[in-house]
Design a protein around this ligand. Structure first.
Ligand code: FPP
Length: 235
């Protein structure tokens, strides 16, 4: 179990795969492949540290605007990742969940996702949440639409709509808000990630590109969070 100085939920913007590849004269997809390896490092770090939830920004709503070849490579990588992770997640007692407009993903990816989600549904050491075809504004708009539908049928009255109502209609309804956001490659932007849920999160920006961000970097980020948390906990 996590103590008060350990984040319960860490969210990660895995940025810099393209730059990592470019610096090595490799195609962008090689950067994404190396990035998938870093996901394993992050998952193992969470298990070691007793973190209960990790949300990974794997494919944003805006990523659909990338060249078709890159989208194809990312989808193929996701499918391969899921094929290998199924077993590993069972061994490590990890549960897989997703957020985002996953109905937009190719059928083959959706089938793999459904399979691994089902297989790992009762695992309890860590929940890995993949944000796929995810955008914070899209998520809030979708939640608003669902609430509006309930108001129009009389299931909800307008006065009943509170911030809790909104939270309960987001994709993340069943998860606690992230305590810590890690973003790699030195960028200071939210990029439409968990706009509602990150309201009170601490931010940690690393200069490293995601494929170089290893277990020990993840530990350092959590240690930095814990130091800040202890300082404020004493006030
Ligand atoms: C940002 O790097 C990263 C992405 C758009 C995709 C993230 C995907 C992975 C880490 C690999 C796959 C993950 C799973 C879970 C299978 P970028 O391409 O924007 O890098 P750049 O800013 O340097 O161009």
């Amino acid at each position: 179990m996590s103590d008060s100085a350990t984040p319960r939920h860490v969210a990660v913007i895995m940025d810099g795969n393209g730059r990592w590849a470019q610096a090595r004269g490799l195609p962008r997809k090689a950067g994404h492949r190396a990035g998938a390896e870093s996901v394993r490092e992050a998952v193992d770090a969470c298990l070691d540290l007793g973190i209960e939830f990790i949300t990974l920004y794997a494919f944003s709503s805006e990523n659909w605007n990338r060249p078709e070849k890159e989208i194809e490579a990312l989808m193929k990588l996701l499918e391969q990742f899921l094929k290998t992770k199924g077993k590993e997640f069972m061994k490590k007692n990890v549960r897989l969940r997703t957020i985002g407009q996953t109905h937009l993903l190719p059928d083959s990816c959706r089938a793999q996702l459904a399979k691994v989600e089902k297989e790992t549904a009762n695992n309890s050491a860590l929940t890995v949440i993949l944000a796929l075809s995810y955008g914070g504004r899209e998520e809030i708009a979708d939640a608003s639409r669902r609430i509006a539908e309930k108001v129009s049928t009389g299931e909800l009255s307008p006065e009943d709509v509170t911030k809790e109502t909104v939270a309960q209609h987001l994709d993340t309804a069943e998860f606690p808000d992230p305590d810590l956001l890690i973003r790699t490659s030195g960028e200071f932007r939210l990029s439409n990630f968990l706009l509602w849920q990150l309201s009170y999160a601490e931010f940690f920006i690393s200069e490293k590109n995601w494929p170089d961000f290893n277990k020990s970097d993840f530990r350092d980020a959590v240690e930095d969070y814990s130091r800040r948390h202890r300082r404020f906990g004493g006030l």
